[in-house]
Design a binder for this molecule. Sequence first.
Ligand code: NDP
Ligand SMILES: CC(C)CCC[C@@H](C)[C@H]1CC=C2C3=C(CC[C@@]21C)[C@@]1(C)CC[C@H](O)C[C@@H]1CC3
Length: 417
Amino acid sequence: MAPQGSRAPLEFGGPLGAAALMLLLPATMFHLLLVARSGPARLLGLPPYLPGPEALWSPWALLLWLTWLGLQAAFYLLPARKMAEGQELKDKTRLRYPINGFQALVLTALLVGLGVSAGLPLGMLTEMLLPLAFVATLTAFIFSLLLYLKALIAPASALAPGGNSGNPIYDFFLGRELNPRICSFDCKYFCELRPGLIGWVLINLALLVQEAELRGSPSLAMWLVNGFQLLYVGDALWYEEAVLTTMDITHDGFGFMLAFGDLAWVPFTYSLQAQFLLYHPQPLELSMASVICLINAVGYCIFRGANSQKNTFRKNPSDPRVAGLETISTATGRQLLVSGWWGMVRHPNYLGDLIMALAWSLPCGVSHLLPYFYLLYFTALLVHREARDEQQCLQKYGLAWREYCRRVPYRIVPYIY
Ligand SMILES: NC(=O)C1=CN([C@@H]2O[C@H](COP(=O)(O)OP(=O)(O)OC[C@H]3O[C@@H](n4cnc5c(N)ncnc54)[C@H](OP(=O)(O)O)[C@@H]3O)[C@@H](O)[C@H]2O)C=CC1
Ligand SMILES: CC(C)CCC[C@@H](C)[C@H]1CC=C2C3=C(CC[C@@]21C)[C@@]1(C)CC[C@H](O)C[C@@H]1CC3
């Protein structure tokens, strides 16, 4: 049984690490936004200027941001094609979640399409990235504070395994309540996929439109970055149900880490390649573009193949697509796959995700390190996430997990790591 509350080992370097991350993450996001539009675009250099309050604060940005959150919340509340059940909770109940994220993406696209054809200047959004990122960060802080206070009146069974150490900084960062809800509206599930991920592709699109306005047409590099990232976001929303088994939903509380990550970090830093391309156009030969498309396709096949194989197996182990795979039995009654994608490395989906991350940076050329920030950050995130997942699996499956590690010794990259 995993240790609970104050007995759970502290992660992320404890309260000091949490405090440092709460300063460092927003600072990094603003640094990236500033250097992406500067001439030298140096990842490790100083930003060209420090923005004053007038560059950060705009009531229009606040209005736009709140409208965006309201719109996505309204789409979340629309009738869903399916209601899915989450994992079993401590009190043996299961929560129900609407599966309508892809519908929200399509409705947003229709609305934006209508707006643009009616003369909405979508490209102008690129001028508002700084104040928008500022209000998103502010929202994340206020939201996390409200969530922290809400957890004070939540029953013990609603609290997350971590995030309840008694140290307010650490608990504020990690999140105290596992699934904070307002009636049937699940705050964490809503934030994980919709405003941030759909916001990311909308920012990308605005950058593409702005490039077309500046230079006559979008560059091939901009098309590739937009296309690849739209595929990634569309895939996440199409397979939305899979997010219910991720550690973010089943293990981590909802605090600053996820609120800031979902609402601010994802839209404003994951769109870095498109931001870079708007200010630093890169020539791209058709032959090189084809190679990059191939790299993205290989990454996507591994990512999707591995995720679908595990999801199919978890839903129905006797499904003909997975019934022939070799497995290890565990004391919990669940089984672990040891052949197929999950017999190659212990996290084949991370490998595919990393290959795609490389394909998203390559259209930006090799003259700057800045567009490779996502690849570097993502490698660190996945290595850390893999270690956390490993720890949780060891607690869940004990000896069976050790046997799996013996049979499949590499974590993410075959013969390397
Ligand atoms: N772009 C981004 O910023 C991010 C993207 N991602 C992506 O999101 C997706 C989900 O990632 P994540 O939630 O970290 O983890 P995974 O989808 O890899 O899930 C890990 C879980 O899978 C189960 N599992 C592990 N090994 C096996 C096996 N051999 N056989 C059967 N089940 C197994 C275990 O849970 P159990 O046994 O309980 O089912 C384990 O806890 C990934 O594709 C990842 O790349 C993740 C984080 C950030
Ligand atoms: C701000 C910190 C550095 C940590 C923030 C982490 C979050 C940005 C990520 C935690 C897990 C995530 C997942 C996804 C996006 C990023 C966050 C929110 C996906 C939705 C991406 C698409 C995949 O298909 C599923 C992912 C689930 C986990």
